[in-house]
Design a protein around this ligand. Structure first.
Ligand SMILES: [Zn+2]
Length: 364
């Protein structure tokens, strides 16, 4: 437990606010250097990846003797901004079982547990490798996990140690962002013969959007899919017909729903209106069969932990899409992206023990 507190306090103490979210944010440079030094000091192999300057990821490896399966543990090094947090957000503060600070819960505790488990695995003389991918930029564009996978990192099973409160997460939603541009004709407000109202042209699409949302399917672990209008912009002044109206929408998708499905929905929203649509960003949903051997193994090591789904999106989707059986499993706490953030220290130590137990069986 002392080691958990010490390592986690050091990680929280290194500002790693994502600079894509907060102008001037520190990024992952300092924390990546710390992790690399810590791991090298433990005799573990270290690879630093930094395709984008200032946004490094670190892959730590406990090499096996050969012939065994590889276990990948993954956590993100970046955090969101500090918002209105009281005191010094980067000064870890222990209060009973709780360790407070920005990133303690989301997700430096998971990173600490993975690193401590990797160090313990190195002592077990396993045949397979245990890797920890400490990745950049999960809170924005997932540069880190994409760089790690592009570098050829592969495994036979992966655990993303996001804070799941001890549940084994086997599914989460994806999302698709779309931008719809409705065209009218700008004109003086007194000239209906010349003007065409682009905002009114968007109206039927908004009505159909509500109907679409009400009819979307549900998933046993994730609840229903959804779509909502996020942004709308149109018009210049009261005395003119608006020549353009831009509507941006977000569709949260369930496993099995594709970007092509959503693009077809968007086309139906537009109908016969004079408009075009563009997909701005798409992130795949994630799902693994709850009866998969890897899921059963993680659950077993975690004391028959319950399986569940998560509403939020994570890097697990990229790892699973690379063909690696993946689950999310991590400690409890509260306050991801909030002004009061803490993680349970006893949970974090329990997660470490579970990860070691998984490695011991899976990589034997
Ligand atoms: Zn997170």
């Amino acid at each position: 437990m002392d080691e958990t507190v010490e390592l986690l306090s050091r990680l929280v103490g290194l500002d790693s606010v994502n600079p894509a979210l907060v102008r001037g944010g520190a990024g992952e440079g300092a924390i990546a250097s710390f992790v690399a030094d810590w791991a090298a000091g433990c005799g573990l192999a270290v690879t630093r990846l930094e395709a984008v300057a200032g946004r490094p990821s670190v892959v730590v490896r406990a090499p096996g003797s050969g012939g065994g399966r590889t276990l990948l543990l993954c956590g993100h090094l970046d955090t969101v901004g500090v918002g209105g947090m009281a005191g010094d957000p980067f000064a870890a503060r222990v209060d009973g079982d709780r360790l407070h600070g920005r990133g303690a819960y989301d997700m430096k505790a998971g990173v600490a547990a993975a690193l401590l488990a990797c160090r313990a695995a190195a002592e077990l003389q396993l045949r397979g490798d245990v890797l920890v991918a400490c990745v950049a930029d999960e809170e924005h564009a997932s540069l880190g996990v994409q760089e790690v996978l592009a570098a050829g990192v592969r495994a036979d099973g992966a655990i993303v140690t996001e804070p799941t409160g001890g549940e084994v997460i086997v599914a989460h939603k994806g999302f698709v962002w779309s931008k719809l541009t409705f065209r009218g004709r700008a004109a003086h407000g007194s000239r209906p013969d010349e003007g065409a109202d682009a905002i009114v042209a968007a109206g039927p699409a908004l009505v159909r959007l509500a109907e679409l949302d009400a009819g979307l399917p549900s998933h046993a672990l994730l609840g229903r899919a959804s779509v909502h209008a996020s942004l709308i912009r149109g018009g210049v002044e009261l005395s003119s017909y608006p020549g353009e109206c831009v509507l941006s929408i977000e569709r949260r998708t369930l496993p099995g729903e594709t970007v092509a499905d959503v693009e077809a929905e968007v086309a139906a929203l537009i109908g016969s209106a004079d408009a075009s649509a563009r997909t701005l960003l798409a992130r795949e949903p994630f799902a693994i069969d709850p009866s998969h051997e890897f899921v059963r193994r993680v659950r077993g090591a975690a004391g028959e932990a319950p399986v569940a789904g998560a509403a939020y999106w994570t890097d697990a989707a990229f790892i699973a899409a690379a063909g690696i059986p993946t689950v999310l499993y991590g400690p409890g706490g509260d306050g991801a992206h909030a002004d009061v953030e803490w993680v349970s220290l006893s949970d974090t130590a329990a997660v470490t023990r579970t990860l070691v137990a998984v490695a011991q069986e899976f990589c034997a």
